[in-house]
Design a protein around this ligand. Structure first.
Ligand code: ADE
Ligand code: ZN
Length: 332
């Protein structure tokens, strides 16, 4: 049975790449203003054009070349939060990469962060959406570059920068190469997540858990190929940030029905739902819910339960957590 999903259902999104959430029209507009020719990254009808995940990473990085100043990132913040609020998102965590905001220099990063926070505060006041930031080095940029990024994270850890993670090409380097960065972030009090088990198999998830000791895993879906690892995820209460539409669009699974998200839930693993890079995958959380409802018969009650789990796993202070839980439960 398929249920119509009310777009206003309050949603929590924990896995969202900031530049990956940029509407293509916004990036095209910036390119025009700055006289940058990045037409190769767009389709004729104005979407992002790429062949596969690795080409996606290339197109993603080309799009970021238009984001050159703190003011550009302030405008990006507003554009991203307007879209998410429209989708019923009340609380979002986004991956922020100082690599794209001043190249890992702490002073420059603080200026970008200030601009992002100002725009986020404005959006919270006008749209009611709360944003928190998770700093992420980019794995294929290499371990050396992850160190200044971890220092940027440690220097700005606090109420807004609450987490640290790693994104990028999972096929390059090994989690052990990033232990210095993760230890630095952990010592600064940041909560930890790591992309794994998207393009790598169960070993990649196990290695990320062993070496980086995150409490959440970005994607993690390929863990389904090893039942003992699924048991470990359930026993250790590791939370998966699952992005089914991203996985289907990029070809990891042929359809929502073939996606393992329902199996993880059945096996007692805590799953949350996110969009990853929504305009790249032509998705929104409301569309994800509709597709999952069609594939697995999930109802609004299932999505409410998943959003409560996401709120419990959110990298935020307890006051914020209680506020978002009350909104999901319809008490606020
Ligand atoms: N950066 C942006 N989207 C990503 C994804 N799905 N996996 C790894 N790195 C990313
Ligand atoms: Zn991701």
């Amino acid at each position: 049975m398929t249920e119509r999903i009310d777009p206003a259902l309050p949603k929590v999104e924990l896995h969202l790449h900031f530049e990956g959430a940029a509407p293509p029209a916004f990036i095209r507009g910036l390119a025009r203003e700055k006289n940058l020719d990045i037409s190769r990254i767009f389709t004729e009808d104005g979407g992002y054009a790429y062949r596969d995940f690795w080409h996606f990473l290339d197109v993603y990085e080309a799009a970021t070349t238009t984001l050159q100043t703190p003011a550009d990132f302030a405008r990006l913040t507003t554009a991203v939060l307007e879209d998410r609020a429209q989708d019923g998102v009340i609380y979002a965590e986004t991956f922020l990469s100082p690599d794209f905001c001043g190249g890992g220099d702490v002073g420059a990063w603080k200026e970008y962060l200030h601009a992002i926070r100002e725009a986020a505060t404005q959006a919270e006041q006008t749209l009611g959406i709360i944003l928190r930031g998770i700093i992420t080095p980019i794995r294929h940029f290499g371990p050396e570059r992850s160190r200044p990024i971890a220092i940027c994270a440690a220097e700005t850890a606090g109420e807004f920068i609450t987490g640290f993670g790693i994104a990028g090409d999972e096929k390059q380097f090994h989690p052990r190469d990033f232990t210095w960065a993760f230890d630095c972030a952990r010592e600064a009090g940041l909560r930890l997540t790591a992309h794994a088990g998207e393009w790598g198999g169960p070993d990649s998830v196990r290695d990320a858990l062993d070496h980086l000791r995150p409490e959440r895993i970005g994607h993690g879906v390929r863990a389904i190929e090893d039942p003992s690892l699924v048991d470990r995820l359930a026993e250790d209460r590791i939370v998966l940030e699952v992005c089914p539409g991203s996985n289907v669009f990029l070809g990891i699974y042929p359809s929502f029905g073939a996606h393992p998200v329902a199996q993880f839930r059945d096996r007692g693993v805590r799953v949350t739902l996110s969009t990853d890079d929504p305009p790249f995958f032509h998705t929104t959380l409301t569309r994800e819910y509709a597709a999952l409802s069609q594939a697995f018969g999930w109802t609004e009650d299932d999505f409410r339960a998943i959003n409560l789990d996401a709120a419990r796993a959110a990298f935020c202070d307890e006051g914020t957590r209680n506020r978002i839980i009350q909104t999901i439960e319809g008490r606020a």
